[in-house]
Design a protein around this ligand. Structure first.
Ligand code: CTP
Length: 394
């Protein structure tokens, strides 16, 4: 592919020359752009030498013949990869500004735009930054990372905000350019935990973050699907473009899924539904009395089993959390719940626990056939799940 790699002014710009080299080794044709702030961290010469061509910067924007380089490059490129992408670069692009080379490229008609953010954790999680991310995703921009780990700035605690390593960016690029093969399909996704209240201030729940389900929703949207995301409480920003239904309890989740199920082509049930709820929910906060308390619990509805008899054309995918005897139990669950396949995962394994960016799943069919996938990002797993569901869908 013809790629413009653009660096904005973050510490991680020291890695941009290495990224350029890895992309060239992977067979891509490269040009490079950089904001003035990027030059605090990486020199124009090191970017030019890595690329083998002149850097597009503020000084070289307009040529004597009147040609504007942002237009020229946008016409040449298949994609723009902004690495590192700072909060400022995201904000400028989300506002449609054109006062630096990156924001100008973003509105110059370039076909695909990929942001590789790198910033401090608080900045990345700030609602204003997340709003800008949602705006850009909403117009079809792609995001790679940020990942969790040690941040480049000295003295920063490890947290989300680290730019992906050059090798990870090179590996992730092809999955972004999926065809719109889900156009015309309705994908229904459940995500996050449920909360089963005991009284107005206490509930039974679990540590599910919603990341897997949100990744499925994002992947399905990128592939042209209409997406309904039914989500339990989650701190994540929902991918814009999806129809969002917020629920708390298993009963509410069942109701929301029943409403959309008839129009659905593919259901991906990633939600970690609580299995028990209080037999009676107190309307007032209950004082603690004595040293022991007995709770009377009843089962929540099994949502998938309730949807099973309503199934017509729908492809149904579930998730199974196990700690041992995985495949056997997962195959049994898939068959009992009427699923086409179930994604078995082990939340007690290191690196794939609740809330992480990665997962490792084994795709288990109701007849016991299974395929173990390697550990990868939840976003990459989302695409594999959708590939398999689409293969089965008529
Ligand atoms: N699930 C559901 N309704 C429930 C519980 C789970 O639809 N009340 C779905 C989950 O969203 C998941 C699949 O069923 O897709 C398997 O979830 P899991 O908790 O592993 O299975 P359970 O049936 O609850 O079995 P277990 O006895 O192992 O907890």
């Amino acid at each position: 592919m013809k790629l413009v790699v653009a660096a904005s002014g973050g510490v991680a710009a020291i890695k941009t020359p290495a990224l350029i080299r890895r992309l060239q080794e992977a067979g891509h044709e490269l040009r490079v752009a950089a904001t003035e702030a990027a030059f605090h961290f990486v020199t124009p010469l090191s970017l030019a030498v890595a690329t083998g061509s002149e850097v597009f910067d503020q000084a070289s924007w307009f040529k004597a013949d009147g040609q504007a380089r942002h237009i020229e490059l946008a016409r040449w490129a298949d994609a723009l990869v902004i690495a590192p992408a700072t909060a400022d670069a995201l904000a400028s692009a989300a506002l449609g500004k054109a006062d630096d080379v990156i924001s100008a490229l973003c509105i110059a008609g370039i076909k695909e735009i990929i942001w590789v953010p790198a910033m401090n954790t608080e900045m990345w999680q700030h609602p204003l930054v997340q709003n800008n991310v949602a705006t850009l995703k909403g117009i079809g921009h792609h995001f790679l990372g940020p990942a969790s780990g040690n941040l480049a700035a000295k003295g920063e605690a490890a947290g989300v905000g680290r730019m992906l390593e050059p090798e990870e960016i090179v590996a992730a690029l092809p999955s972004l350019f999926k065809p719109k093969d889900l156009a015309g399909k309705h994908v229904l996704v459940s995500a996050g935990p449920t909360r089963e209240y005991l009284d107005p201030v206490r509930f039974i729940s679990n540590p599910s973050s919603g990341k897997m389900g949100y990744a499925v929703a994002e992947a399905a949207l990128a592939r042209g699907a209409k997406v309904t995301l039914v989500t339990g409480p989650s701190a994540l920003t929902p991918p814009s473009g999806s129809e969002l239904v917020k629920v708390e309890s298993a009963l509410e989740m069942l109701g929301a899924l029943q409403t959309s199920f008839a129009q659905t082509d593919i259901l991906v049930m990633t939600a970690a539904v609580a299995d028990w709820r209080a037999k009676t929910v107190a309307t007032e906060k209950q004082p603690k009395m004595g040293d022991e308390q007995t709770l009377e619990l009843i089962r929540t509805p099994d949502i998938l089993s309730t949807l099973k008899p309503l199934r017509e054309k729908q492809i149904m995918v579930g998730f199974a959390m196990e700690t041992d005897k995985g495949v056997e139990r997962a195959a049994d669950k898939a068959s009992r719940k009427g699923l086409d396949f179930i994604c078995l995962n082990y939340p007690t394994q290191e690196g794939t626990s609740f809330g992480g960016d990665d997962n490792q799943i084994t795709v288990v069919r109701p007849d016991g056939n299974f395929e173990k996938l390697s550990r990868m990002s939840k976003r990459a797993i989302a695409d594999i799940i959708l590939d398999k569901a689409l293969d089965l869908s008529s």
